[in-house]
Structure formats: C-alpha cells, structure tokens
Design a protein around this ligand. Structure first.
Ligand SMILES: [Zn+2]
Ligand SMILES: [Zn+2]
Length: 274
C-alpha cells in the first residue's frame, strides 16, 4: 500500500523546533502543524541515556501523541541524548534523531546524527569567578543555564538567560549548599547549537522523503545501514571497512546494495596486518 506525502503533518514539541523543521518540509509541499503535547513526560535530559533504541521509542511516543492531538495521519518528533563520549569520557557527545511516523501504513522514516561538539557541559562551582568562567565557556546567554544547589537536587532555575536572575539563583544555591551545580539547558529553544543540529537533521529527512521507493513509491527511500567487508588490496581478505551501503524502503522492505569502489589498504587487513 502506498501513502504519498501528506499535505500536513503533526509535530510534537514544546521547544520551538518547528522553526527549523517546518521550512525544509514546506519545500516539499508539506505543512507542519504544531501539536502542543507535553513532551517532558516522555523524559527529560538525564545525561546518561545514549541508546538509540530508547531514543526511537521516545520519539515514536511523541509522534503518536502528536497524531492523537491533531487527528492527522502522520506525526513527527525529535529526540536527543547527551552525555560523555562512549570512547573518550572527557569529551561531550550528542545524538539526535528525527522520526516520521505514518499510521496509515505504519511506516517510519528515521534520520540520526551525532554531534561531537555539542553545547553540553556541567560543573560544580564554589564562587562567582568559577561561575562566570562556566558561562563564558557555554556561550551564555545564547545558551541557557540550569542552576541547582547540588547535582542530585531539583533545579532552582531552568532556562536562565538573564544575568541578574542567574546571580540570584547562584546566591540561593550558595546559601543552601555552599556550592552550585551549573549545567547547559539542552532544550532546543535554549541551546542554539542543538537547534542547528536539528535543523541539519530536518534537511536530511526532507531530502530522504523526496526520494520515492522504486518498488512501491512510498516516500523516504534512503540509506538504512552499511555492510563491512571491503576486500584487502593485497590478499583479498575481508576487512572491517565499509564494502556497501544498503538503501531501502521502510514501507515495503525493498533494498538496494550500493557497493563501494576500491579495495582496502592492507593496514586495515586482519590477515596482512594482524
Ligand atoms: Zn517501497
Ligand atoms: Zn590482506
């Protein structure tokens, strides 16, 4: 069954993401309708969840809520996760996902990306000078800050972009605990870096939706995964390098393998260079 691109789709967000998601879809003739779903109930940033599975589940729940709120057949939602880099714990790392769900067919189209330089940071400070240094580092006031009396305590103030409010919250935290835990606010409308990453993801999703499946004509034919095994140039043994990209349709399951040209350098070969 084929479902062409709809005239309107529902976007579940409270955080202003329509500003960057609507324009690339408008170029396809698709109007984004804002669905004011309470997205925080699907989880807020805890800084410890970097699993794609749970991100897709959260985005799917938001898209379903947007569909329920508007009665439209297609919902869109984005989900991000931020924490330490999985291999370099001292570096920040972000993952962003944008999901398109068509309940007429059950088809999901997903785009994902990573951000190696997110505006994601946190620090416990004991004086104003350290707090000022943190603000400078994160790009305050364009990036908002969250102030807590301690890591485990509820925030005294979120979304702070005003210096006077920040100083008041900081003083309050100092009086409560002697120090203050500061962190970047990761909500998209409070974090320009994150908003720009979502903007890029929305453009990629629109490009993907513009490609119809050659078999069933559903929108969103594109890269699904890559296959390792590019042969070694010297001995022909399969290496860990990518041998082919698999493009496919999530509506009918049609797939195309697009082999990569060339051979692997023996430096990547498990036989020549064990
Ligand atoms: Zn198809
Ligand atoms: Zn080899």
């Amino acid at each position: 069954m084929t479902a062409p691109l709809p005239d309107r789709v529902a976007l579940g967000t409270m955080h202003g993401k329509e500003a960057v998601i609507a324009p690339p879809l408008a170029a396809l003739g698709v109007t984004v309708v804002l669905a004011e779903v309470e997205t925080d109930r699907f989880g807020t940033f805890s800084g410890d969840v970097l699993r794609a599975g749970s991100m897709i589940e959260a985005a799917r729940a938001k898209a379903q809520a947007a569909i329920a709120a508007t009665g439209l057949p297609v919902g869109l939602a984005s989900e991000g996760a931020y924490g330490p880099h999985p291999h370099f714990a001292f570096l920040p790392f972000g993952q962003e996902l944008l999901l398109w769900l068509d309940v007429r067919t059950g088809q999901e189209v997903v785009e994902m990306t990573t951000d190696m330089q997110p505006s994601y940071d946190q620090e416990t400070v004991a004086d104003l000078a350290a707090a000022e240094a943190f603000l400078t580092r994160i790009g305050f006031p364009e990036t908002a800050v969250i102030v807590q009396p301690a890591v485990t305590a509820p925030p005294l103030a979120k979304g702070v972009t005003d210096r006077a409010l920040f100083i008041a919250a900081l003083d309050h935290a100092f009086r409560l605990g002697g120090s203050a835990h500061l962190q970047t606010d990761m909500r998209a409308h409070m974090n320009p870096r994150r908003m720009s990453v979502i903007a890029g993801l929305a453009q990629r999703l629109a490009q993907r939706l513009a490609v119809p499946c050659p078999t069933c004509a559903a929108p969103g034919f594109g890269r699904l995964r890559s296959l390792p095994g590019l042969p070694c140039r010297d001995c022909g043994v399969e290496t860990g390098l990518i041998a082919a990209e698999i493009h496919g349709c999530t509506a009918c399951g049609a797939e195309q393998s697009r082999p990569r040209d060339g051979l692997a350098d023996p430096g990547h070969c498990p036989s020549c260079n064990p």
